[in-house]
Design a protein around this ligand. Structure first.
Ligand SMILES: Nc1ncnc2c1ncn2[C@@H]1O[C@H](COP(=O)(O)OP(=O)(O)OP(=O)(O)O)[C@@H](O)[C@H]1O
Length: 265
């Protein structure tokens, strides 16, 4: 068994679409150690979500294998919690019921559920909002509930697909800091999808930059800056420039592809 927590081996994913096959992932190999915070970075369409969904077990690869905790991934599993950009909360349930939901499905005793929910609501500054419904919360609050709900299941792996993409800058920074605090405390392995270079540098131990069609790994680098990171610091900006160049090349390829497609239409 590999020592890595998540192992992606020779993964390819092809979507058959009318007129042409889209190679969303090509020859992806990744070994993610336990507790590492990895950001998948790249412009729209480079396969970040496809890779995350494959690790989540929602959409298996066309070829290749993925293991998590040493087990072959063939379907979603309790060791992999997923947080989406759209909060995916149950609108008819209160905050506390949303957080408790997964534990009730697991059949945990009521007192134990209550204790876990209380602890998580406190941890995520939601205790005063426990009886509210999602529609009565701000976007940032809703995303806190979504994170609390995944943490309730105590999955060692958290998969996050642009979770803060819809939030304003200040709320986003607050939640990034909150996530870093939780990660340091709970020692989860995190794969976090973003197209924000700054977000990736602010959060990650490691940034995997992907290419646009076919989705391959363009650069895989470790971010060796102390936390909490200062986006105004020289090292931060040097890395931002370097990654900006890489992402821009892929954005350009995306743009050229769109122009080509428009010409065909
Ligand atoms: N179900 C599907 N059918 C056909 N093509 C798909 C499907 N899902 C994704 N694709 C294509 O696969 C490629 C990768 O898509 P994916 O959503 O993984 O990219 P992404 O990097 O996550 O982009 P975004 O940030 O826009 O979500 C894109 O070119 C996309 O059009």
């Amino acid at each position: 068994m590999s020592a890595a927590h998540i192992v992606v081996t020779d993964v390819n994913k092809v979507f058959a679409t009318p007129g042409r096959d889209v190679v969303a992932l090509k020859d992806i190999n990744l070994q993610i150690p336990r507790g590492q915070f990895v950001c998948l970075l790249g412009p729209s369409g480079c396969g970040k979500s496809t890779l995350l969904n494959a690790v989540a077990g929602f959409a298996p690869p066309s070829s290749g294998t993925i293991t998590a905790d040493g087990q072959l991934v063939t379907a979603p599993g309790p060791e992999r919690g997923m947080v989406f950009q759209e909060y995916a909360l149950f609108p008819w349930m209160t905050v506390e019921d949303n957080v408790a939901f997964g534990l009730e499905i697991k059949g945990q005793p009521k007192a134990q559920i209550r204790a876990t929910v209380d602890q998580l609501l406190k941890m995520l500054s939601l205790a005063d909002f426990r009886h509210r419904y999602p529609k009565d919360l701000s976007g940032g609050m809703r995303q806190r509930v979504a994170i609390a709900r995944v943490l309730a299941l105590d999955s060692p792996i958290m998969l996050m697909d642009e979770p803060f993409g819809a939030l304003d800058a200040l709320t986003r920074r607050n939640l990034q800091d909150e996530l870093l605090r939780l990660w340091a405390e709970l020692k989860k392995t995190i794969i976090f999808v973003t197209h924000s270079i700054e977000e990736a540098i602010y959060l990650a131990d490691r940034i995997v930059v992907m290419t646009y069609r076919p989705g391959t790994i363009k650069r895989d680098l470790l971010v060796d800056l102390p936390r909490l990171r200062d986006p105004a610091a020289a090292e931060f900006n040097a890395l931002k420039r370097e990654l900006g160049q890489l992402v821009m090349e892929e954005q350009q390829r995306h743009h050229n592809d769109e122009l080509r497609m428009a010409a065909v239409d």
